[in-house]
Each structure stands twice: as C-alpha cells, then as structure tokens.
Design a protein around this ligand. Structure first.
Ligand SMILES: *Cc1c(COP(=O)(O)O)cnc(C)c1O
Length: 414
C-alpha cells in the first residue's frame, strides 16, 4: 500500500465506524462547534448540554428573580442535593438514597476520609492509625489525605495502587484510591482492591472523578464503602459544578462527618445548639447548597436520558483503540510513548502520550483545532467522551498530531 493510502484508509474506516455508532446522534444534545474543532478535553471540562442555558435562565429569572425565597420549597431547591444525587446514582451503579451532591471534590474527599477513619476505629479500635493513599494521586487528594492524617493522628502511607494489598494490615484505618489515574488514564481494579481493603478490616474511599460517566463503576455491586467524584468532567455539569458523596446505605448511620453543618442536621430549622445528624444521604451535606450550579448540573444530566453506561464504555474503548491505531500510523513509531494501558480492563477513557516538548506540541494542536491538554512534565492527554466525540474526530486528531510533531521536531515552533 502506498503512503498516501494510509490517511484514506483510516478516514474511510472512521466514516464506517461513525455510521455504525448507535450513540452518534447524542452529539446533537450538546452545544459544539460544527466541524472545525475536535474537543478531546471533556475529561477536564465536559461540553455544554443544550438543555442547560434555558434552565439556568429560568432558575435565575423566574425562580430567583420572581419567586425568590419561595423557591426553596416551590422550586425544589432544598431537596436538590439528594434529588440530583439520585440521578447520578444509576451512572455509578448505586441504588437511590446514597448520594448527595454538593461542595467540591476536594471537600468531599476530606469528609469521606475523616469519616472513614472514624468508622474504622469504631470497630477496629485506636490501633488503626494509618491512612493509605494512592502515591500517584491527583494532588488535591494527596494534600487532603495528609491533612486528614494529621488531624486524626494517623500516619500517611503513599503506595502505588498495585502495591496496596501488600501494604494493608491491622493498622490500616482508611484507604483513598482513584478509580482512573488522571495522568495516565490507567483504570484500577476497584472490585479487587475494595475486597482487599475489607479483608484487612479497613474502610475504602474511591475517587471517581475520571470514571463516572465514562465507564461502569458498580459501587453497590462491589460493596464500596465511600466514594466521591466531580460532575464537570464526564458528567458535563459545567465549570465548578458541585461534586458528590456516596455513603453506602448500611454505613450511613455510622457516617460521622468532620464538617457537620445545619444542612445535615436532623432538624435544620430547629436551630438547636446541639448537633444531631440527619439520617440518610442528607448527612453528607454541610451548608447551603450552591443552587445555580447545582440546577445547571441537574439540567445537564438530561443528556443521559435513554443512554446505558455499558454502551458508553463499549464506544469509549472502540474510540481509544482506533485513536491509538491512528497515532501509530500518523505519529509513530517512537515519536510518542503511550502511557495508557493497551488492555481494555486497565484503560479509562483517555489516551495519554508522552513526548518531548509536550507543552509546545499541545499549543500547536489547540491552534489547529485539536483540543486536548498538557500535564506536567511531558504528557499529552486526549479525553474521549463517547456522548459527543466520534471516530472521525479521533482520526483527525491523530493526523494533526503527526503533522505537529513534524513541525515541532523540525524546529518550526515559532
Ligand atoms: C478533577 C479531580 C479533582 C478535582 O477536585 P476539585 O475539588 O473539583 O478541584 C479531584 N480529584 C481527582 C482525582 C480529579 O481528577
């Protein structure tokens, strides 16, 4: 086959794959550029769902502007954190009544981890004095784990996820893990690691930021204790949209929040000086919910109507497989190093490639309409969001990457 035939072959494969894609029509549920931009940064900030602008307009003008304080009742503001939690629940394999939306992921990591240590000590005693944390974690999780350890008098043990089973013991109180590594896109073994933590008598907290909305999580099925995640990545809730906290139903009565606020009080309008925790998911709340971004998130979840997470996962793997094949054809061999596992069982929904001058390469890519992101020191990240990214996007991104690598390596970086 001649060289010129490769782009033709891959472009026509992309057309075929798009034609057979049962999720292709979902792209119309989003506000996106027609054809001039390939958006592969939905793992950082999901695209805008088309239902959001009108909903936000209504929330601001009518609910706030005209109904004002009546909206806490009449517009369902007060119960929004649990109501929206129940809409996220099926996407992460949770039955209703276990997820509350609010605060940032960082704050929820803190709540969950301190509560996990308290739970572990309630049954295992004060000898449980270690917090194990993913050594490769997203920075905020690591910082908060360090602070939670100091506050609870625990030692902090950073461990690579694969080494976690060997690091557990009767001193382990809590373990904080990421389902998918934000940098490499590696998917960790949630069922296996959860079982290992339980066998050691400890409590596990999973961070789902890079998995929820991209792949099945199975929180209930795998007996996860606590989980947190953000909603502005694969869940498309908008910049800074509130995060969520999952507390397994049978643990809710033992969830002793380090941030008890009036919103999680059994009788919030009783205005009592003594704290008494509410039952159920409400117990994870702190203060007044951020209604504007919360209701934008609620509207954004309409895009999941009739969509099964298994179909999303199948397309995500097909997209990342095809992108890797295209990268090999256009940008290989040896010009980039793929740090995302090839094996499906170990891959999230992004492809991370290492290369020299990665920061520069990403600037050029964005200049040419291929939007991914750069992570220090040398990683190009390409997020594949199956609801609105197609196979032609993957082919084009890889082709432009090949051209940019030629330019940057050729010194044409001005
Ligand atoms: C995106 C992300 C966060 C973000 O936390 P914020 O409080 O929303 O800034 C936290 N943890 C992980 C693993 C993430 O990927």
């Amino acid at each position: 086959m001649s060289e010129a035939a490769v782009p033709d072959r891959l472009a026509s494969r992309a057309r075929e794959l798009d034609a057979g894609d049962e999720l292709a029509a979902l792209r119309a549920r989003f506000v996106l550029d027609d054809d001039d931009v390939v958006y592969l940064d939905g793992n950082s900030l999901g695209a805008l769902p088309a239902t959001v602008p009108d909903r936000v307009d209504d929330v601001v003008r009518r609910q706030w502007g005209r109904l004002r304080i009546r909206s806490w009742e009449e517009s369902g503001w007060w119960t929004a954190p649990e109501r929206i939690g129940d809409r996220i629940a099926p996407l992460v394999g949770a039955a209703a009544g276990q997820i509350v939306v609010g605060d940032s992921t960082s704050v929820n990591v803190f709540k969950a981890l301190v509560a996990a240590v308290r739970m572990a000590r309630e049954t295992g005693g004060e000898g449980r004095d270690e917090i194990v944390v993913d050594a490769t974690t997203f920075p905020t999780d690591g910082y908060i784990a360090g602070s939670a350890a100091r506050m609870t008098g625990c030692a902090l043990r950073p461990v690579e996820p694969a080494g976690v089973p060997g690091a557990l013991g009767d001193r382990t109180a809590a373990v904080l893990l990421n389902h998918v590594d934000y940098r490499t896109g590696r998917l960790h073994d949630l069922p296996g690691l959860t079982a290992a933590v339980h066998a050691a008598g400890a409590v596990v907290v999973w961070d789902l930021c890079h998995s929820a909305g991209a792949l099945p999580v199975g929180l209930d099925a795998h007996g996860v204790d606590l989980a947190v995640g953000c909603t502005y990545k694969y869940l498309n809730g908008g910049p800074g949209s509130p995060a969520y906290l999952y507390v397994r139903r049978d643990l809710q009565g033992r969830f002793d929040s380090p941030l008890p606020g009036w919103n999680s009080h059994a009788e919030p309008f009783g205005m009592r000086s003594a704290y008494e925790a509410a039952p159920g998911a409400v117990r994870g709340r702190v203060g007044t919910p951020d209604i504007l971004s919360m209701l934008a998130l609620e509207a954004s979840l309409d895009v999941w109507e009739g969509v099964g997470i298994d179909a999303v996962r199948a397309k995500s793997l097909a997209l990342t497989d095809f992108f890797l094949e295209c990268v090999e054809a256009y940008a290989g061999p040896g010009r980039t190093e793929c740090v995302t596992p090839r094996r499906h069982g170990e891959r999230g929904s992004q492809v991370a490639l290492r290369c020299p001058d990665a920061g520069d390469v990403m600037k050029h890519l964005i200049g040419r309409g291929v939007v991914g992101d750069f992570r220090h020191p040398d990683v190009l990240r390409f997020g594949f969001t199956p609801l609105y990214v197609g196979f032609a996007d993957a082919e084009r991104a890889a082709r432009v990457l090949g051209e940019v690598l030629d330019e940057v390596a050729g010194g044409a970086t001005a």
